[in-house]
Design a protein around this ligand. Sequence first.
Ligand code: N01
Length: 499
Amino acid sequence: MLPPSRVEHLVVGAGFAGLCAAIKLQEDGETDFLVLEKAGDVGGTWRDNTYPGAACDVPSQLYSFSFAPNPDWTSSFSAQPEIHAYLQRVAREAGVLDRFVFDTRLEDARWDDDARQWVCTTSRGVIRSRTLVVGAGALSEPRLPDIDGLADFRGDLFHSARWDHAADLAGKRVAVIGTGASAIQIVPELQRTVGHLDVYQRTAPWVIPRSDRRYSALERAALRKLPGLRRAYRTGIYWARESYVPAFTIERRIAWPARQLALANIRRGIADPALRERVTPSFALGCKRVLISNTYYPALAADNTELVTDGIARVTEDAIVTADGTARPVDAIVVATGFFTTELPIASRIAGRTGRTLAEVWEERGMSAYKGTTAPGFPNLFFRVGPNTGLGHSSMVFVIESQVAYLRAAVRAMREGRYAAVEPTEDATDRWNDRLQRRMGRTVWSTGGCSSWYLDRHGRNTTLWPRATFTMRAQLSSFDAAAYHRTPLPTPTREDVTA
Ligand code: N01
């Protein structure tokens, strides 16, 4: 069935963000919406990242919707299949799936200033909408490294987020490029099954122990039967996570205990002093995302693993050649080199009031938004997980719910005020970002001595939120109409009224 040609709200992406927007819009009686999803199922990053060992590094009780608690999580940090199943169940039970259009891609969206609506060209026709809610994900477009000869490699080659399950790696010689959050989950799994594993490390990450454990049947029953206990547990995790924030944003010496934990993790996992040295980071803990694993270091220390720290010079048909000229033959290469984070690919597909795309505007001023959620020049556009809303310490689901609360407040204000369009002023947006970037200058992400995917090519942190998350929630709890240009709906004519 073809999607309708006009809806009030068009939501892009069916991950946590799109699903939350759909459920809450429906709850408000805003039932004229569609969720466009390029793949065939809900789940976003939790549908796409199926690599061995994929799991969340934020406790599940917090990494789930506040309005859809799941007392049945089997362990404190859930694995990908469980999170994906949770999202499928929530979508089903909320009764919103009939508003989802799968296997349909947003090709481009253009603001029509005369009609005061978005004209969205999709792979299945044009849809016009009053608002455009983009929840396309900050970690959705895999970034392949620019390595000479990579395209000529004859063996299996794939990105961590597009795992090729048809590739049989058992007993083979396999290389993993990258040592970020994805790689450190993949490496221990591969090490157990492959013949030989080369791990190509450009920068050693900080890795603290993973305090994961399975919930007993008794604990799960208690969480199911006692909502008060479940809420208290979730709240406890929330505040424990918030207590990390000062170490990142105010005084990094507070992170000393975590640093000691990470160093002990190296000593526990690796006996060889030379290897210990090579995996010990040279930058402040927190500057890059702090990783959690109990199995990564033992996997690196295993007899069938080699940690390679010489830079990669090129890839040939059957080997990776490092800068010192050594060629290491491999049957398969897993590229765990992350995502496009500071140049969101969807930005080049969205053109605003002046006809310029978000990508063109951001090329000049850097990726930025008002409250991480709206943008001057782009009326009625609402981001989920927009610029400077990312977290290194806690649950993005909390951020998504905060941004959806703002969307709901904006939609309500538009209905009550009879506005056809709302658009943040340049002035409010500049003030917001100036303040935010001033704070950012003091954080470990700016001063910690590393380069990371948090920073754009000008060294500006356009991805993270530099404060406690409850301050973000407070900022997004109501719609601050004074910061917006508001265009009234046309007054109905006599013919409209009598029609
Ligand atoms: O990607 P990354 P990721 N040659 O960008 C290296 C989330 N996540 O997929 O550090 C050689 O972190 C790069 O090296 P360097 C989480 O938010 C969450 O691992 O830039 N190496 C780095 O080691 C995370 O932060 C979970 O020097 C190259 C690695 O590749 C985000 O996703 C699980 C290279 C990339 O690390 C991204 O994580 C997994 C090159 N040319 C992911 N280019 C949870 O548990 C890059 N690298 C919730």
